[in-house]
Write a protein that binds this ligand. Sequence first.
Ligand SMILES: O=C(O)CCC(=O)C(=O)O
Ligand SMILES: [Fe+2]
Length: 293
Amino acid sequence: MITHFVKMHFILNLLTQFRINLFAYDWRTLAMEPKKRISEVVENGFSVINSYFNPTLIKRLGKEFDTLIAKHSRNEKSSNGVIRSVKLEALKSDNFQATFDVMNDTNLISILTGFYKRIYDLDIDKEPFDKVDLEYNAVPGKSVNSDYHFDRIPSVKCQIYLNDVGQNNGALSVIPKSQSSSRRIAMEMLESNSNPLFLKNFLKKNIAPTQLLTGVAGTLTIFDTMVLHKGGEITDGFRKTIRLVKWPPCLDKKYYLFQNTSKSIKFYSENFYHPKSNEDKTRVNPRFIYQNN
Ligand SMILES: O=C(O)CCC(=O)C(=O)O
Ligand SMILES: [Fe+2]
């Protein structure tokens, strides 16, 4: 007993002497291993962090998610569920604190800045995410995303499952390391039409290997949207997903430059993720304009 006490005393003394405060240490950052995550996103196109968000936060996020979806489900219903995009200011003014906090998560933001720096030598501001997409999928027999594709407007997305998601309720799948081929091919297409909204971005014939990203509630997937990806089919149950989006500050040719590309991959075009495409296909948000330089 006495020896235990002496040992404890000795350790506490050491900690005070060297000013090591265990409570002040950011254990979440340690568990996140930002450098490793950046390397995974650069090399594989994605990184999965199981249970990054704790159950208490997921519960709060779930409540806000339900409110936001219910509030807007009437006008934004699509055949496979409900998608709602929300900007940061709206979350703040309406007091959606948990969703707001997640958009300001400093670990995630430092991974994004690290990614843009490492891959494009771009210094992006340490700002919160540009927007959050909330997606509720609950229609059996419907795919949450029909085929493998890259996004026409490239970004890095941080996707959080709010419920346990497996093969039967729409888990995301990816084709690891496909991001360099997609970039090369997109770059070639942009030579003939520089408007990214006309890119053929859906894969005609599936290529292997694919990887299914199942996960329990709170699991985070960070992905470069130039990696080929798709949501799965809902055969049973539902899926609640939050996707935080960070666009590159400016879209230029540099964004598509990559080595080691197979030219045999063919793409087709489909109307997914075109901002404003329903109103006017030729209209592009100036933020996304591809610069021909
Ligand atoms: O629904 C999914 O899991 C995929 C969504 C998607 O393609 C995207 O967010 O870019
Ligand atoms: Fe996508």
